[in-house]
Design a protein around this ligand. Structure first.
Ligand code: PNS
Length: 181
């Protein structure tokens, strides 16, 4: 068991805590279409805190994406190659099922602003309710608190400058892909 059986009730006793498994492997889930400097900041900080970080790319066939899942995974692999404890995977369906299949007990999410909080809180509580998967929130570096993959794509599409907001590799892939449109 990874934590208390329910949110309600008194805090766990020291005796009960002895049975808890400490989180060593965490997941950073997302669409990563494409990976931004904000994502990379969270992944890098998570890699400093945990033994193993799995970056899980959601396969979402209903959502139009600029990059294929394979392309996103390849870019993520390259930009995280400096971290020996980061692995890139793909998943579809429920995140909690991916966690169960991979022995993951906690999700790491970056929180940019209060606007992120409501939906993130809802997902976190639902994931805990479904499978006792914990969610750990990390505050985004203020340099990137306004940043999202969607905005990056929109700005780049209309010729705006997104350098510094995405890794260099992603910048050149963005330019190539948008030139094809
Ligand atoms: O980068 P995104 O698109 O904001 O990431 C959202 C993601 C992938 C983390 C979220 O949509 C998710 O976990 N999807 C998997 C499906 C799932 O488990 N849904 C129930 C959430 S309570």
């Amino acid at each position: 068991m990874t934590g208390p059986a329910a949110h309600a009730g008194p805090p766990p006793t020291a005796e009960a805590q002895k049975g808890w498994r400490h989180v060593q492997r965490v997941v950073c889930p997302g669409s990563f279409d494409p990976v931004t400097a904000g994502h990379l900041d969270i992944i890098g900080r998570a890699a400093g805190l945990y033994d193993e970080v799995i970056v899980a790319v959601l396969i979402n066939v209903t959502k139009h994406s600029l990059f294929t899942v394979d392309e996103r995974i390849e870019m993520l692999g390259q930009v995280t190659s400096r971290y020996g404890n980061v692995k890139i995977e793909r998943f579809h369906g429920l995140l909690v099922d991916f966690c169960a299949a991979n022995g993951i007990t906690a999700v790491i999410k970056g929180l940019r602003a209060v606007s992120d909080f409501e939906y993130e809180m809802q997902m976190a509580q639902m994931n805990y309710r479904m499978a006792k998967v914990e969610t750990l929130f990390m505050t985004t570096n203020p340099l990137y608190s306004f940043l999202s993959s969607s905005l990056v794509k929109e700005i780049a599409r209309y010729g705006g400058d997104v350098s510094g907001l995405v890794p260099e590799l992603v910048l050149s892939r963005l330019r190539e892909r948008l030139a094809e449109e």
